[in-house]
Design a protein around this ligand. Sequence first.
Ligand code: SF4
Length: 217
Amino acid sequence: MWRHKKIFDSITPFTLLDFEGCPACIVWLSGCNLRCPYCYNPELVFGEGKFSFDEVEKFLQSRVGLLEGVVLCGGEPTIHKELKEVVQRIKELGFRIKLDTNGTYPKRLEELLPFLDFVALDLKNPIEKIEISLELLLKWDKEYEVRTTYHSDLMSFKELKSLGEYLNSKGYKKKYAIQNFVENQTYIDPNLKSSIPLQKEQQEFLTQKIDFEIEIR
Ligand code: SF4
């Protein structure tokens, strides 16, 4: 049964940073279908789940009235077909839900949208893999954002600029977050070198002919 399957890795009990305007916890799910070299969660990407929804539910029940939201991230939460039942149950408990996703399971995302309040979608090449998910969000009436992690060795500035232009061509109007690669302890690619952060002139150039806000993080 879905609630007994061990797909969860850990819980961060409280955050004010990950779900804007919403005191929340973060529920981390194991596993991912991608292997981004800059990923700083290899233990989640390659890890086996450690506990089931029964344990997540116990924690959430203890936070009813204390927290407003739950952030679901990983790894890639949508690789788990059980996620629909999970979000339904979290919604029944009265929480707002944010999903962080790489967008490569659009059918699952579509099933989840009625229960979600915010979606953060990764945008990276090849764009074709997330095109349907982006189209779903463009028609969605709730809040979402698209974001890209930038590492100067893994993506040229021209490529980055073309991602912004792609969003523009789709009529995107929300905030586009570009996250400069942050040095951490471990990455999927152990040989990854430091990234050269975007320079001020590059940041200004990115916003040319773009009709939405770009936030460099
Ligand atoms: S960055 Fe996201 S999509 Fe890429 S491997 Fe890590 S968890 Fe998966």
